[in-house]
Design a protein around this ligand. Structure first.
Ligand code: C2G
Length: 129
């Protein structure tokens, strides 16, 4: 069983995220999503989420590509997660290209193309029009 992991805030959840999760799952058989906690978002990512961690977790768990959701509460947990969850491949959108190459000593690292035309920022801006 090939085990994949990816990380993110996933707020507001949109089809760009789903495109990423679908392709991440297609890389293997089991997909772990490490979901940024509210505290991590606020303290370290300068993001204030519309939906709480619990609500974002419930949304992700309803997606058929997702097998397990775990909390992401710091930048340093990735290598431990990879060992703990026996991960074979780390997958992120290519807005992060190169940022996580250090994980190559633990597992494969793959950056997938983002869905360019959609973002939470764009959704919020369009809703104000
Ligand atoms: N994404 C995408 N297309 C979009 C928007 C997002 O493919 N239009 C991808 C991102 O590249 C990322 C994932 O969806 O791989 C989650 O996006 P975010 O929630 O914005 O993730 P981010 O806040 O960048 O958190 O430790 C890593 C961080 O937690 C990543």
């Amino acid at each position: 069983m090939k085990r994949i992991i990816t990380y993110g805030t996933f707020d507001l959840l949109h089809y760009g995220h789903i495109n990423l999760l679908r392709r991440a799952k297609q890389q293997g058989d089991y997909l772990v999503v490490a979901l940024s906690t509210d505290k991590f978002n606020k303290d370290s990512k300068d993001k204030v989420c519309y939906f709480s961690y619990e609500k974002r977790k419930a949304l992700l768990e309803a997606i058929r590509f997702v097998d397990l959701v775990i909390p992401e509460d710091n930048w340093e947990q990735k290598s431990t997660d990879i060992e703990l969850y026996h991960i074979d491949k780390f997958v992120m959108g290519d807005d992060w290209v190169g940022h996580f190459d250090f994980l190559k000593e633990h597992c494969e690292v793959v950056y997938l193309a983002r869905t360019p035309e959609i973002s939470t920022t764009k959704i919020k801006a369009d809703m104000k029009k």
